[in-house]
Design a protein around this ligand. Structure first.
Ligand SMILES: Cc1cc2nc3c(=O)[nH]c(=O)nc-3n(C[C@H](O)[C@H](O)[C@H](O)COP(=O)(O)OP(=O)(O)OC[C@H]3O[C@@H](n4cnc5c(N)ncnc54)[C@H](O)[C@@H]3O)c2cc1C
Length: 383
């Protein structure tokens, strides 16, 4: 009864997409999620699909597969993901040289168009042309992340998968071979376990004696109700300081802090961004902080003020929209686009997490992962 081919830990977009793809192969899959409210990174994301961001043959191929999968996903899963194509507008601060910022984007296989402030407001009238020196315009995909996650889960359940709301407290193993997992309620057995626990993946693996370079930021954002104002595009800054702090968090000086979590703020960035969903509601973001304690209590009043003040110069009409602050952990890996594969020296244990552009990479890699899991000729990557 409690025996499965695969046990998937965490039901954000990574765990839900992977459970669905494994079930499609006829495997008996258990998906375990600790939080029935889904206060996770998937629920609070903008929903952008950066299919322009490939830089080498492999990532370009994944970008193309992702666009193709997302275009057909509503039909395949039998529920709308609200997939659409829209413009991504990457704002360049007024004191930055637009040409030199644009140079940073030359490595991507789809290059942005550099717009001056006047051209920018023709595309996105809500942007304040006095606060920017220009904008990079890119074609982008967009989904409703929560609906997409639910659609994957519903399709997974229809294929006979099991989704239980339980917290995995321990990975069960013997002689470095995985046996299953223990939750707050039960023990489950299976030859294969895959960790899709987002920001908590590091901790779960560490408790089993496995140290992998996967960490998390604490992110905060504001969700609004449906409002009577129209944003045409997805707006984000062209200079993403978050990527810098993520890279530095893997430095040897900081690494011990992940093993001895504290409430100290190691770094802190605010990146003004906004997206409007098809129902007229907004997600306004976003602060990212590196604090190694995953359960630290963050100050919500300060965060809301920081986000609203950060939005004000760029998108003044959105500053005072009604809305509620939310927090979540976002997993990242400082030196790779994703951590996908079997964990070396630990038979049956796998990781599927730590993505940049998770909504873009997770669907095609979940499909490939299920192929690797069922096709003996194709070798699964090792971590
Ligand atoms: C404001 C904001 C905007 C963003 N915009 C974008 C965007 O436009 N495009 C993009 O690609 N990405 C974006 N992201 C990042 C993206 O949301 C995340 O990278 C992605 O959702 C992570 O998915 P995940 O499945 O790895 O993690 P999560 O969605 O966090 O899911 C992990 C799940 O594991 C569960 N879990 C953890 N531990 C256990 C345990 N022990 N037992 C059982 N369950 C457990 C958690 O409860 C959680 O539900 C954004 C993030 C934020 C905050």
């Amino acid at each position: 009864m409690n025996n499965f081919d695969w046990i998937v830990v965490g039901a954000g977009i990574t765990g839900s997409a992977l459970s669905y793809e494994l079930s499609k192969k006829g495997l008996k899959v258990l998906l375990l999620e600790k939080d029935p409210n889904y206060d996770n990174a998937t629920r609070y994301s903008y929903g952008g699909i950066a299919y322009w961001s490939g830089t080498d043959d492999y990532s370009i191929q994944l970008c193309q597969e992702s666009r193709e999968i997302h275009s057909n996903l509503s039909e395949e899963l039998g529920a709308s993901t609200e997939f659409r194509e829209l413009d991504l507008m990457l704002t360049i601060p007024v004191d930055n040289n637009p040409q030199s910022i644009a140079k940073n984007y030359e490595k991507f296989f789809i290059k942005p168009r550099l717009l001056n402030p006047e051209e920018t407001t023709e595309v996105e009238p809500l942007l304040n042309k006095n606060a920017i020196s220009g904008c990079l315009r890119l074609p982008h995909g967009h989904i409703h992340p929560e609906k997409t996650n639910k659609a994957y889960q519903q399709a997974f359940l229809r294929l006979g998968g099991t989704l239980n709301y339980e917290k995995v407290t321990q990975l069960l193993s013997q002689n470095k071979t995985i046996q299953g997992v223990k939750t707050n309620k039960e023990e489950y057995y299976g030859e294969n376990v895959v960790i899709c626990a987002g920001g908590l993946s590091h901790l779960l693996l560490k408790n089993t004696g496995i140290n992998i370079n996967i960490y998390f930021t604490h992110s905060q954002l504001i969700l609004t109700p449906t409002v009577d104002i129209k944003l045409q595009t997805l707006v984000m800054p062209a200079v993403l300081n978050r990527l810098d702090i993520e890279e530095k968090s893997g430095d040897s000086g900081i690494q011990p802090l992940w093993d001895n979590p504290s409430d100290d703020v190691i770094s802190d960035v605010m990146e003004p961004g906004a997206i409007q969903f098809l129902d007229g509601s907004f997600c306004l973001g976003q602060t990212s902080q590196i604090i190694t304690n995953p359960t630290v209590k963050l100050n919500e009043t300060t965060a809301e003020k920081t986000i609203r003040e950060g939005i004000e110069p760029i998108l003044p009409k959105l500053q005072n929209l009604p809305g509620k602050l939310h927090s979540c952990l976002v997993a990242f890996c400082p030196d790779s686009n994703f951590l996908v594969g079997k964990i070396n020296d630990f038979k049956g244990l796998h990781l599927f997490s730590g993505f940049t552009s998770t909504l873009m990479f997770a669907p095609p890699l979940a499909r490939r992962f299920a192929d690797w899991a069922t096709n003996n000729n194709e070798k699964m990557p090792s971590l």
